[in-house]
Design a protein. Structure first.
Length: 208
């Protein structure tokens, strides 16, 4: 897929949601993704039922407050967003969650613009959710110190934050498990990325 197609199909919808993509600017050494955290790793968050009055407005306000208080943004309001490769939407990613041939999502650096609508237009773009008021995304601070995740359940939306996921024993244990998981369902590209990150971490922090 060419740059122009990705700009049209991915970057423009994100910009309409208030996120300006900064291409090829993900910090070196960023952990590939965050999974396997436990309740003890969660440092805060909120949830709203789907029948909440003015749901999107409430979700946007609480997301921004949590992002600011947790330290997701840098001084330019930049952070990392987990975006599926190519033009595959978040909805398609969910539908092919266990497809070993599907390319794993990658971090993309973005800047929050003055006018934004993460939980409305963003979720409706299919790259930040299923549709308006039904978000699904992973975000991380540029230095990796904060991870923020939104997900939809049967009755409502939940958003949580994990501090220093690269220090979580639960997360690290899960990443190690991925590298040793031997199954036709295993994603080879994902395993390689995780193994490379763990090897780099071992070099930078020997004994940890």
């Amino acid at each position: 897929m060419g740059i122009q197609e990705r700009d049209r199909k991915v970057y423009r919808p994100l910009r309409r949601a208030g996120l300006e993509v900064i291409p090829n600017a993900v910090p070196t050494g960023t952990m590939p993704f965050v999974r396997g955290y436990g309740a003890e790793d969660v440092a805060g968050g909120f949830s709203h039922r789907y029948d909440t009055s003015r749901l999107v407005e409430r979700l946007n306000a609480d997301w921004y407050d949590l992002a600011v208080s947790s330290g997701l943004f840098d001084h330019r309001r930049e952070f990392l967003l987990l975006v599926p490769q190519g033009t595959r939407s978040h909805r398609a990613a969910l539908e092919h969650l266990h497809n070993s041939g599907a390319a794993p999502a990658l971090w993309t650096r973005v800047r929050l613009l003055d006018r934004w609508d993460i939980m409305g237009r963003g979720a409706a773009s299919a790259f930040l959710g299923v549709h308006s008021g039904h978000p699904g995304f992973g975000m991380m601070a540029l230095d990796g110190s904060v991870y923020l995740e939104a997900s939809t359940g049967e009755t409502g939306v939940s958003v949580l934050v994990v501090h220093h996921p690269d220090r979580s024993e639960n997360v690290l244990r899960h990443l190690e498990w991925i590298t040793h998981y031997d199954s036709p369902c295993a994603n080879r590209e994902e395993k390689q990325r995780v193994a490379a990150w763990l090897a780099g971490r071992a070099r930078d922090f020997p004994g940890r």
